[in-house]
Design a protein around this ligand. Sequence first.
Ligand SMILES: [Zn+2]
Length: 676
Amino acid sequence: MKLCIAEKPSVAKDIAKVLGATTMKNGYWEGNGYWVSWTFGHLCTLKEPADYTDKWKWWDLETLPMLPSKFGIKLIQNSGVEKQFNAIADLVAKCDEVINCGDAGQEGELIQRWVLAKAKLNKPLKRLWISSLTEEAIKEGFQKLEEGSKYDNLYAAGAARAIGDWMLGMNATRLFTLRFADKKQVLSIGRVQTPTLALIVERQIQIDNFVSETYYELKTTYRDVVFSSTKGKFNSKEEGEGILKEIETEEFEIEAFAQNEGKEQPPRLFDLTTLQVDCNRKFGFSAEETLNLIQNLYEQKLTTYPRVDTTYLSEDIYPKVPGILEKLQFYKRFTDKLKGKKIRKSKKVFDDKKVTDHHAIIPTGVTPSGISANHQKVYDMITKRFISVFYPDCKVSNSTVLGFIKEVKFKATGKQILEMGWREVYADISPEEESNEPQKEEQVMPVFVKGEKGPHTPDVQEKHTKPPSYYSEATLLRAMESAGKQVDDDELRDIMKENGIGRPSTRANIIETLFKRNYIARQKKRIIATQTGQHLIFLIENDILKSAELTGQWEKKIRDIERGEYAVETFKAELFDMVNELVHQVKHQKAEPKKIGCPKCSKGHMIRGRSAWGCSDWESGCKFTLPFKFKEITFSDKDMKSLIEEGESHYRFKRIVKKKEELSKVTLNKKLKLEW
Ligand SMILES: [Zn+2]
């Protein structure tokens, strides 16, 4: 008998049906030479500290770091899990061959391999590797089963990730809790969770410290087109109005007019992160909600494997495209236009080099019936995106107009769609709704002739500089993908993915964990850092724990293990060193920040009051204080320290200097007054 093990009962049932194993037994299906059993996600987990030695049973600084010389696994303690595991172990002992039918990804491989290791597998191992759960895909997969050993590196990478999370999480959580926590409080620290929190806290500080500046812009309207002065921003209204007076009565003259035709390609197909980002923007779904919806669509055979981080298809999908399009009957109004024509084959869609285990998320062609409204929204987004990549490019005309009045120059730009191309697929959605963010107004441009003149209506507009935006789940996912760097370009994003933090399939879970621990909170779509979250990040001096960039480098190593280009033993040895060093540093870190001496009397030190720091020697008459707030800037303890010790603030704040926005610092002058 051949034993198949799937990751979920429902998937086992689908596979059993295709194989003809139709008799239900206790914990498996039987028939046609097959047993088909299942796990419920993870049945095994890494052992806990106390399983290694009694010394690690209690939280104690003296027993840190905890570095097991060999990591072991154990069953998750739950009667249902134990029962199912026993059924599997029994079949493993009796069968001739095992076929690993786990979810075709790193986590799926780990779940199955741990169960098989625990069941002491000594039979040949095969692997079913499929990208969708349709009957056709399952049949095809069984016709070309792979050797189990082909995925040894994937298993190694999954195990390395789990060990890395254990080493850092277990040690750092105990370390910081024992060192800094109030009674009964646990300071939870995670390898990916904490740098993610640090990104949110950092942004929060920038926003809290932001001071808005007023500036003025000179504009004029000529033939219903708004032109902006090329002089840029003015600090004072008077300056703008002075120029306005000079040009008001004069005619506006066109200096140059240029129109260029351009093409806009269809947006890329979806990988998991982009899908989560777009669903958050458009429908306000959390990353976790979208993951659950798409996982469900996959299990209902409607879409392909979702936990992917590629936006490409392999070339062998190309001949299947007309067949899939044909089956999308609810989208006939769009697919009809592609019928009978050669299917477009763009390098932005088909590229074998950009596809490894799985391809981008696309519809399978199975027709949905009776799915919920939210499932329908996600399905619709994926299907429309799939159809649109076979449509022609959208043709646009970009215009630039230059004009002047006396010596003052003006400029305006505009865009016009000449041929809709792929935009036809989205024609029933307004651009606003499509992105759910205010679009930059693109003005439709009439034709101008050089030398033409006429009356115009100038005015001076008051504007205000804006603080950076709070993270939303959409922008946070993007920030995790690029390890905190702002990346707007698709090509660059592909490269950055290598060093992103977390895996696409685990990011939703990491964000949810931060919510559950009350380190972050939702305010509509905004993510804000709570006091508890901010406090935790302030306590952590060590960059290993909070730098997204450093975490991204570890992430890269795990990817290299998956490719067979990095040794697990080296990875573990480096982890050991890192944790050792961390424990040493934190054990000797001062619990309270060093006392900052009073700059006025040099006798007292700074203490926190209600609205300011003040001198501890106030009773002897020292009146020195430093307010928490200065011109709407809120200082942190770090700012206070650097103001007194270095004479300037730690953070830089945006302000307008000579019409330009620049980063500037607050200083404490020799007379001990704040200025900037
Ligand atoms: Zn003093």
